[in-house]
Design a protein around this ligand. Sequence first.
Ligand SMILES: NC(=O)c1ccc[n+]([C@@H]2O[C@H](COP(=O)([O-])OP(=O)(O)OC[C@H]3O[C@@H](n4cnc5c(N)ncnc54)[C@H](OP(=O)(O)O)[C@@H]3O)[C@@H](O)[C@H]2O)c1
Ligand code: SF4
Ligand code: SF4
Length: 370
Amino acid sequence: MKKVQMKPDVNNSLLGFGCMRFPTKHDKIDREKTFEMLRYAYEHGVNHFDTAYGYHDGESEIVLGEFLKTIDRSTVTVSTKLPIWLVKEEQDFDRLLEEQMKKLQVDYLDFYLLHALNKERWELAVNNNIFDFFKRIKEKGLVRYVGFSFHDDKETFLKIAKSYNWDMCLLQINYLDFEEQQGKEGYKYMEEHNIPVWVMEPLKGGRLTTIADDIYQVMKDVNPDDSQAKWGFRWVHSLPGVKLILSGMSTLEQVKENCEIFSNIEPLNEKELQVIEKVKEMIKTRVKVKCTFCNYCIPCPNGVNIPRNFRIYNNSYMYNNIPEGKDAYKYHLKEEEKAYNCIECGECLDKCPQHLPIPDLLKEVHQVLG
Ligand SMILES: NC(=O)c1ccc[n+]([C@@H]2O[C@H](COP(=O)([O-])OP(=O)(O)OC[C@H]3O[C@@H](n4cnc5c(N)ncnc54)[C@H](OP(=O)(O)O)[C@@H]3O)[C@@H](O)[C@H]2O)c1
Ligand code: SF4
Ligand code: SF4
């Protein structure tokens, strides 16, 4: 497993386990499968595990905590994220951290992140004396390093980046999205200031592993045996400021493949980078909805399965196969989950980190596939 010296006292695996997409059974985390995946990753050199208060409706921290009890805590680093939107007063920071550490069954956290910052959430944090909180938890030894994850524009990003001596930040970076949100400039700022960048959604939530055959062929012409996942990870690894790549693996096979990829991963060379430029252009002409399948928008009060509708819609274009998309819309969604059930109440809009006009897009989905 490739290792990175992120901090003088943190030597982490370049691949981190994102605990947001564990396998589930009857709407709960499938512990048996999940423990098998976590253990495999750990035994193959993955030594960073990332979770958050809200993942799997709060169950992710508990399950990760149970797993941590089975290993030597000092051999791994753990990060979780503070749900800023639940903070009403300064004491809430301390209360939430305590609750999270209890669920994780740890007496210190290696990294504590402010979750999914945007302009409003940053104001909320500052108004409630976030800097005092950071000082307090570091002095008490509860948290070693602090950072933030981010979903907003580059102006807001730079404002947040400059306002504190951050230990790291977590950004959405993959070859298709590098120009979006904080984009290249945000990444460059962090790199220039020697602040380690962690990457979320390196495969765009899985979308970069299901690209159309004719596009994938452009990659295969250069490296016939490499998977789409390998191309995606290697592209991210080509950015020298990236010190940790989180992947939310959802099956044991993915864990195995990714451990193998990261055992001897190399950045892309010039020729391979040009291939990615071509692939990007080809994909961009086909993707209809820039959804990353983060699931932040669900549950919808009317039962619409927003991300699933978007996935089916996008796949039908990426695979050049609208009839298959129509079949998937008809058979792979329950009736109440289909796009036409949207009543445009707007509740999902503020929850979407990609700022997608969800109700309009759902109308479009139904028009094409319904
Ligand atoms: N702070 C935030 O705002 C925020 C937001 C998003 C994510 N995150 C963190 O960052 C982590 C990483 O993001 P992400 O989960 O979106 O990462 P990602 O690697 O882009 O997406 C994970 C998905 O990619 C697919 N995948 C992974 N490895 C694969 C392989 N070898 N072959 C085929 N498909 C593969 C799977 O999709 P299928 O399940 O469809 O097969 C998997 O669920 C998260 O788990 C979470 O810890 C944080
Ligand atoms: S706007 Fe539509 S999809 Fe969004 S929450 Fe309301 S009913 Fe659900
Ligand atoms: S519509 Fe937005 S919030 Fe919902 S899954 Fe897609 S990106 Fe996430």
